[in-house]
Design a protein around this ligand. Sequence first.
Ligand SMILES: *Cc1c(COP(=O)(O)O)cnc(C)c1O
Length: 393
Amino acid sequence: MTDSYIPYGRQNISPADIQAVVEVLQSDWLTQGPAIERFEKAVADYCGAKYAVAVSSATAALHISCLAAGLGPGDWLWTSPNTFVASANCGLYCGASVDFVDIDPHTYNLSVAQLEQKLSRAERLGTLPKVVVPVHFAGQSCEMDRIGELAQKYGFTVLEDASHAIGAKYQGQPVGSCQYSNLAIFSFHPVKIITTGEGGIVVTNRQDLYEKLTRLRTHGITRDPRFMTGSSHGLWYYQQLELGFNYRMTDIQAALGVSQMQRLDEFVSRRRFLARRYDELLQGLPVTLPAQHSDTASSWHLYVVRLNQDKIEKTHREVFEALRGAEIGVNLHYIPVHTQPYYQKLGFQWGDFPEVERYYQEAISLPLYYDFLESRQQYVKQTLAKILQKTNL
Ligand SMILES: *Cc1c(COP(=O)(O)O)cnc(C)c1O
């Protein structure tokens, strides 16, 4: 079974996906054409959200979402430290300050209890956040009803980083419905649930945010006379109303996205099946399996185990390296963002968020993707069991 490397995640591209891309290449529109609109409609309809704005990456989606929410210098953005750096960087792009809320020790999502405490402290200090970014880690939704209540009470914008979670559900509704939030974003990087090569999207139910996002995606320009100051000079006329970017997605990418959306449920059900199978295979090993909140149905972007170190003679690093040595492409999600040198220069220190730091010393993401064969999964289990054995000669 060690004849080839097992990655932790990878895309699945079908003949229909390839055909969809070829059709765009043979058409009149390579960008800003009809495939973008079809993709936006497919994602908005799937999520039950009113609007979707496709962009070049989830990082771009986070950036313009923060700007649309009015985030700027003097404001605070809070997120989870157990995420990719982009969830925090978007605040810094806007000139705002960033802070973190430590994680729940079971779901590894931002802890709502910690959030609540931190908000009441911030209210006294006058440092309440303008934007909070809950990250649906591994594809499992955060406790959005409680976060929504806190948003009402303290008046912040909720921007869901759902990069891992397209196809997931919360209280029976699709993640991205924005029932308890103002905006949600998805990533279409190849390791995520569906892919457009590179790409991201923002979904929202608010027309004002939607209009702002479409302008920010393309240089802050509008061609709609309703938004112009003064009257139009003619058919060629456009106005730049604010400082935007070129964050457009191409029609080539969007066509791939439309085609991939048709298989989203199939992708997620395969991932759910493999996750349940891991749950069974790994029973009895000295690892903590991923806990699921009863309100959630994860899309299973990641399957993370935590080593029970008091029952293992090897270090976390030794286990990780032994798995890599057996051609198993395990990974670690995530290095706590506040421990990155860039964030340490901003004043954060090891020890600031103990729960995520403890998690970081124990977590390993096992391979999980659509094409992952059950025989390969068996090999991962056997290899892990052998590595974790107490008396290993
Ligand atoms: C992948 C990812 C991003 C960034 O996505 P890109 O599309 O690569 O910009 C942001 N947040 C989280 C949680 C991610 O996993």
